[in-house]
Design a protein around this ligand. Structure first.
Ligand code: ZN
Length: 314
């Protein structure tokens, strides 16, 4: 690739240049094309098809919709797909496209079109168009990628060379932004018959705590038997989700691509008395404190939902 300054100079040399030489449209302005247009656009204004209605507005007869201006100069489908119908040799437009591709600006999006109409077209007018480069912007960062705005002016003339409309046309030629690789899923928990109920409830955004059916003591993490009385009978209690930070650590390394670092790993003591390990959200790692009151939120990662805690607003 050329040196940037040289490249810039070659690019700016296009400003003021004619990109497309004056080229007459394939057909003069005509009623059948107007009819197809207004039907497609569902434009019921009678001045486009009804002479009498047009005369009632002070016109001499029907006029073409202003928005058809470009349509009168389009070369049609065949010219866009059959090279033998295109004009011979590379055009200035091809040269500019090539130079932009050399700079890596391979993608294109139209950003705006600004028309100025001088007079209405009437059947029999034969419109031609020419296009000139108005400006090429310095490189700019956009949401789509880094690129340059190319502004051109298309001048529409009638058969006698009088200007009937001008169109400022702006496109962005850009290098497509490199999309960051999608974040991989978090490592999955080992779900077994003893803890499945807890993850199933979490999927429904319910934080539950296992409760002994006999002595009513709560326990977490889930297990088959009550550590207090040994009973295998249990049910669950729904937690309010309120609690406080019992203790925490901030993990910097090693890093797993599914997590954001620094990663707060906290032991949350729930208001019900049991503790669980969870991440925190809505707080900078440096601002987490032991004893900090927290409230429950949810983190959804595909089919896995996990409780996550944020500082409770007092
Ligand atoms: Zn028990």
């Amino acid at each position: 690739m050329s040196e940037p300054t040289d490249y810039e100079a070659r690019l700016q040399a296009f400003v003021g240049r004619e990109l497309v030489a004056r080229r007459p449209g394939p057909d003069p302005v005509n009623v059948p094309m107007i009819r197809h247009w207004v039907e497609a656009m569902e434009d019921g204004n009678p001045i486009y098809l009804d002479d009498e209605a047009a005369r009632a507005t002070g016109r001499d007869g029907v006029v073409a919709p202003a928005s058809m201006m470009q349509a009168w100069t389009m070369r049609g489908y065949a010219a866009s797909v059959r090279p033998d119908t295109a004009p011979a040799g590379p055009s200035a437009s091809d040269d500019l496209t090539g130079l932009l591709a050399e700079g890596g600006y391979t993608s294109v999006v139209a950003t705006d079109s600004d028309f100025e109409f001088v007079r209405e077209l009437v059947p029999g007018d034969h419109v031609s168009v020419e296009e000139r480069v108005e400006s090429i912007s310095p490189e700019k960062k956009t949401g789509l990628g880094t690129g340059r705005f190319i502004s051109t002016v298309k001048t529409y003339r009638d058969a006698s060379g009088e200007v009937v409309a001008t169109q400022r046309w702006r496109i962005l030629r850009f290098r497509p932004a490199e999309k960051p690789a999608p974040k991989p899923a978090r490592p999955r928990p080992a779900i077994n018959p003893d803890n499945a109920f807890w993850f199933e409830a979490a999927r429904e955004h319910r934080l539950v705590v296992q409760r002994c059916a006999d002595c009513k003591s709560l326990r977490h993490p889930p297990g088959p038997a009550c550590p207090q009385c040994g009973s295998f009978q249990w049910d669950t209690a729904r937690s309010s989700g309120d609690g406080h930070v019992y203790t925490f650590t901030v993990n910097h390394h090693p890093r797993h691509p599914a997590f954001d670092y620094p990663l707060v790993v906290a032991v949350i003591e729930l208001a019900e008395g049991t503790r669980l390990i969870a991440n925190m959200t809505g707080v900078a790692p440096a601002d987490v404190e032991v004893g900090m009151p927290v409230a429950l939120d949810w983190l959804d990662d595909g089919d896995l939902s996990l409780p996550i805690f944020r500082p409770k607003e007092s």
